[in-house]
Write a protein that binds this ligand. Structure first.
Ligand code: NAP
Length: 275
């Protein structure tokens, strides 16, 4: 019988394989379009983590036949200049999707930036007017669907209520008929333990390395989706959960939700081209 540890390793391969398979299908579909889709990626300032995410997104785009155009702006760029660039790209019929890589400097309003992107090009799905689902929640729910997670009536607990992960994920899970509980930093520790111990699905999006550890009790049949990406003192990336929780499934970090998020971006872009 597989130990939980080897299950964990096994699942890492599964997500990689699932994403690789979906990318082959996307590449095939894109190759049959009249012209390759074009994604504009705008970055502001220098941020090592963002640079690595952007490199990943550009690599994915190249692999499936999407043209990714990178516009790196200086940290000193004004909100007005950034919004004006977005408006220019909104009007550019050669650009199918626009994303502004977060984080951006505090002096620029994230909300203003997201709302400036034309909804039909907002492939990150951050603005409430975007027809696309936010990439991380979409990536997670699509994967769980493919893996046959029984959503209907399942107790889903989402840890974290951010606008880009926790809240939209809770909404998508509700759409799938889960009983959704959203917990946050003001949730009492005893309540957190209670809800987690009754959950069939736990999605952890907190941003605190290893906060969910083996002292928490889970149903052995529970599925845990670890969204967190934290750089440890060892210089490596770690999730919000310690590996090897005693559950049926646990997504790994790295090699888990990050890959699903990147896949969802490609899928949203293809949708943008087709619509
Ligand atoms: P965020 O905006 O900082 O939100 C964190 C959320 O966690 C907040 O709602 C906060 O509650 C809650 N929280 C903090 N401490 C908590 C605790 N002790 N118990 C319960 N809830 C707690 O973060 P985010 O943007 O959602 O990202 C969360 C993590 O996911 C980060 O590590 C980020 O890097 C990662 N991430 C990964 C991907 C991916 O593709 N894998 C994508 C996006 C984000 P309050 O609302 O009360 O403050």
């Amino acid at each position: 019988m597989l130990s939980y540890g080897s299950w964990f390793l096994g699942l890492a391969m599964e997500i990689k394989d699932y994403v690789a398979e979906r990318k082959i299908a996307l590449k095939d579909e894109i190759s049959r379009l009249q012209k390759p889709p074009v994604l504009s990626i705008v970055t502001v300032g220098d941020n090592a983590a963002s640079e690595s995410y952007v490199r990943g997104k550009m690599k994915d785009a190249g692999e499936v036949g999407i043209i990714a155009l990178l516009t790196p702006l200086s940290e000193a760029v004004t909100e007005e200049a950034l919004l004006s660039l977005i408006q220019k790209q909104n009007r550019d019929e050669g650009i199918d999707g626009i994303l502004v890589q977060l984080p951006i400097p505090k002096a620029i309003s994230e909300e203003a930036v997201h709302q400036a992107i034309a909804p039909k090009k907002d492939v990150d799905g951050f603005s409430p007017f975007s027809p696309f689902e936010c990439c991380t929640p979409k990536g997670i729910v699509d994967y769980l669907t493919e893996e046959g997670f029984p959503f209907k009536g399942a107790n889903a607990v989402v840890l974290g209520r951010s606008e880009i992960v926790g809240k939209p994920l809770a909404k998508l899970l509700l759409k799938r008929d889960c009983n959704v509980t959203v917990l946050h930093s003001k949730t009492l520790e005893s309540d957190k333990r209670f809800y987690l111990s009754h959950a069939d699905l736990v999605a952890v999006a907190i941003g605190k390395l290893g906060l969910i550890d083996e002292t928490y009790e889970f149903k052995p049949t529970a599925w845990v989706v670890d969204v967190g990406i934290n750089r440890g003192e060892d210089g490596h990336l770690h999730g919000d959960c310690v590996p090897g929780l005693k559950v049926a499934r646990q997504t790994p970090v790295p090699g888990g939700v990050g890959l699903l998020t990147r896949l969802a971006l490609l899928e949203n872009l293809l949708e943008a081209v087709k619509s």
